[in-house]
Design a protein around this ligand. Structure first.
Ligand code: MN
Length: 269
């Protein structure tokens, strides 16, 4: 089996089994693996992902590979579920398990953006309205979201896939198109679908994904009050520099929270 096969799984949703290729890279660092597992749980706890959505990291021993969970709900991911992928979305060895149909989001962004070390894809409900509105665009309303810049790009899948697609990034061409819409930005909204957020580390990508969602909620609230006074371009730069240095503070709290959740499970009946 040489090509990607997508078919209906037991729950009727598409799953993807793909032939493996190549040999594994050198073992990734413990920290990278642990942080990727924690990121999955943190993103669930902060409502960025639900049963759907995924987070990946570029392999720290081979920049032409990335790590992403097999096809499953993010909150349930353990290190045993992580799969190594080539940038074209082919698994090195998935052990016959199904992989995310939309893994091309990750590979094509890593291919297009050397600075990106982690990618979060989600259907975060708060951001969806800003992907479909013909008038409102997602813009930073507070200092925590200056990384959004003055304009958040929106990916229109119809330009690549026509007007009858399932809106999923199911091949390399669509992934490349999405990466093109992302450009140099940190966040790209996906019309009628969700958003993809990138960072120079797992911690930064998670931080941005959480604060993109919160900004969308606040902006929607502010728009209901009337005319909105957004951050200026200068403020987006200054706040990105100052708040960006505080990413570890959020990460340390969020990681502790998910560890406590997990301890609670272990301690229960
Ligand atoms: Mn999706």
């Amino acid at each position: 089996m040489n090509e990607n096969t997508a078919h209906a799984g037991r729950d009727g949703l598409p799953v993807s089994i793909q032939a493996d290729r190549g040999e594994p890279a050198e073992t990734p660092s413990r920290t990278l693996v642990e942080e990727l597992v924690a990121a999955n749980r943190i993103l669930f706890r902060h409502r960025v992902v639900d049963a759907f959505g995924h987070v990946s990291v570029r392999h720290d021993k081979d920049s032409s590979r990335f790590l992403l969970a097999r096809n499953m709900a993010p909150a349930l991911v353990t290190e045993l579920d992580l799969v190594e992928f080539h940038l074209d979305g082919t698994p090195v060895d998935a052990h016959g398990r199904s992989v995310y149909l939309e893994r091309f989001i990750h590979g094509e962004i890593y291919r297009a953006r050397e600075d990106v070390m982690a990618v979060v894809h989600s259907h975060a409900p708060a951001v969806v309205p800003f992907g479909v509105s013909r008038s409102a665009t997602l813009m930073p309303v507070w200092h925590m979201s200056g990384f959004l810049g003055l304009e958040t790009p929106v990916f229109e899948i119809r330009e690549t896939a026509g007007d009858a697609s399932d809106l999923l990034i199911r091949d390399n061409a669509l992934g490349e198109s999405l990466a093109g819409s992302l450009g140099d930005a940190c966040v790209v909204l996906m019309r009628g679908h969700g958003a993809t957020v990138v960072g120079a580390s797992i911690r930064e990508a998670v931080f941005r994904a959480v604060y993109t969602q919160l900004n969308a909620e606040l902006q929607l609230n502010a728009l209901q009050l009337g005319d909105v006074n957004y951050l200026t371009e200068g403020e987006t730069h200054t706040t990105t520099a100052s708040v960006g240095s505080q990413v570890d503070r959020a990460w340390n709290l969020w990681k502790r929270e998910v560890e406590a959740d997990h301890d609670g499970e272990d301690g229960g009946a």
